[in-house]
Ligand binder design. Structure first.
Ligand SMILES: Nc1ncnc2c1ncn2[C@@H]1O[C@H](COP(=O)(O)OP(=O)(O)O)[C@@H](O)[C@H]1O
Ligand SMILES: O=P(O)(O)O[C@H]1O[C@H](CO)[C@@H](O[C@H]2O[C@H](CO)[C@@H](O)[C@H](O)[C@H]2O)[C@H](O)[C@H]1O
Length: 446
């Protein structure tokens, strides 16, 4: 019989635990979805473990980084075997000492199709396994026997597509509470809003705290994401104005639906002063982490200061929170919006709070800028046309005309570019030139 990670006491044995956490300390920072600060990891600990199968464990691990105040938690599903099949070679973490002195190879079992099948089956049946809770929407059912494939797109989490009918997103960095990617589309579906796939099922844990771990939605087969479409169009010098205007309209409609589904708030008298201070604070932090941003600090400060005296602000409301071309899918001549998780690096409470809808507008404006950047394709005019068309479309269905709020738009765009500088520094240093270029433009340095 194959010894496994799950033999009684094996995972909790100090030997295995320490060799597993040593492996994790090296493996985690290399994962695309790891959202560390760049500081060295000082401690990794298994915060909760649930056995899913004889050779497969669901784990929540706590990761503490040097000089970072709060530890982060990540969801992992790990398998272990004395000699895993070659198809799992690409997702091996390394070996740990197993029971009876035998070496076990540990792998990221999310990439094992047996685990993917097991997970969907577990979700389909509902109920509990240890600390895990599996739930479905009333009057929905999850089909059985769908063939899984792990998506290989660039993403912050890990998604598995089942038979081109369902998509399961497994959140990697998890935070206490309901994830807005479950909360928001569920509330939109209750209103009958059709342009965000409605969750079919989900699962959560109660250990080490209550949090959403994964959601299942219908898969929009044949859909293409906006980033691919826009990049293709920019590279081939094709017109994207009609799609951009339609996307603006979709964003305005989305905000109108969100304002019906959740409370809205009139900004206080001091809102813009506080907002300008927050933006300056984020800029200071980013500039101390990324020296290349420093020359633009005075110019960006002036941009933020320009809103501090009050420029008139639309009501605050729930928003998408991380809207860009990769979050919209074109299917049957319509745009659909996905991924309501917000900026993954922000604390959950902040992501679930009311914000300015202008933030989503500039998210998309920045995305057109990315798609047309000369590193990718030299088309400034293409971006300007798309940005104008998007704003015009937004004005047709949203509560305000973006073009009427130039100072606010510029300040929010600069704030988003500052976020992107940090994001690229952490994940794609080769791309940092794109938001740095925007920071320079917005600061008036070029
Ligand atoms: N319902 C869906 N139908 C088809 N494709 C989807 C669906 N939801 C997400 N995707 C695809 O999966 C990718 C990653 O999903 P997303 O929710 O953005 O994950 P992450 O938060 O990890 O970045 C998207 O860019 C999109 O291409
Ligand atoms: O993984 P998420 O989709 O939640 O968002 C994160 O990753 C995005 C990149 O995959 C990042 O978006 C940035 O790059 C895009 C092109 O790849 C561009 O269209 C966006 O405008 C730009 O912000 C996003 O910021 C980040 O939160």
């Amino acid at each position: 019989m194959t010894p496994t990670l799950t033999e009684p006491g094996a995972l909790s044995s100090p030997v295995l635990n320490s060799s597993l956490t040593d492996l994790l300390r090296r493996w985690l920072p290399r994962q695309r979805w790891y959202s560390g600060s760049g500081h060295p990891i000082t401690e990794v600990a298994v915060a909760a473990a649930t056995q899913l199968a004889a050779d497969c464990f669901h784990l929540v691990v706590r990761v503490q980084e040097d000089t970072v105040r709060d530890a982060a938690h990540y969801q992992l599903i790990l398998g272990a075997a004395v000699s895993p099949p070659p198809r799992l070679r690409h997702c091996l973490l390394g070996s740990v000492g197993g029971p009876a002195g035998r070496e076990l190879m540990v792998y990221d079992a999310v990439h094992d199709h047996r685990t993917a099948v097991l997970l969907l089956d577990r979700i389909r049946r509902g109920g509990r396994t240890g600390a895990l809770r599996f739930e479905s929407m009333p009057r929905t059912s999850v089909p059985a026997d769908l063939t899984p494939r792990v998506l290989d797109t660039e993403q912050s989490n890990t998604s598995i597509v089942y038979g081109d009918r369902l998509i399961l997103k497994l959140f990697r960095r998890v935070q206490r509470g309901v994830n807005p990617d479950l909360e928001v589309p569920t509330a939109l579906a209750k209103l009958g809003y059709p342009w965000a796939p409605a969750p079919t099922a989900w699962f959560c844990t109660v250990d080490p705290f209550w949090c959403t771990l994964g959601i299942v939605q219908p898969f929009l087969a044949g859909a293409t994401d906006g980033w691919i479409l826009a990049r293709r169009s920019a590279a081939e010098r094709e017109d994207f104005v009609t799609q951009a205007r339609d996307l603006g309209r979709t964003t305005g409609e989305l905000h109108a639906a969100l304002a019906r589904a959740f409370p809205t708030r009139t900004p206080s008298a001091h809102h813009e002063t506080r907002l300008a201070e927050e933006m300056m604070g984020r800029l200071e932090k980013a500039a101390s982490a990324v020296p290349a941003l420093r020359p633009h600090v005075p110019g960006l400060h002036a941009v933020f200061a320009s809103i501090a005296t009050g420029v008139g602000h639309p009501p605050l409301q729930r928003i998408h929170g991380d809207l860009h071309l990769g979050q919209v899918l074109r299917a049957s001549g319509r745009w659909y919006v996905v991924d309501f998780e917000g900026e993954p690096a922000k604390p959950m409470a902040e992501r679930c709070a009311e914000h300015s809808p202008v933030r989503d507008v500039v998210g998309m404006l920045r995305s057109f800028d990315y798609a047309a950047h000369k590193r990718l394709s030299p088309r400034r005019q293409w971006a300007d046309e798309c940005r104008a068309a998007f704003c015009a479309g937004y004005g047709e269905s949203g509560d305000f005309e973006p073009a009427d709020l130039p100072k606010l738009l510029r300040a929010y765009e600069a704030d988003r570019a500052v976020y992107e500088v940090l994001y690229e520094a952490a994940h794609r240093p080769d791309w940092i030139v794109i938001p740095l270029h925007a920071a320079a433009r917005l600061a008036g340095s070029r």
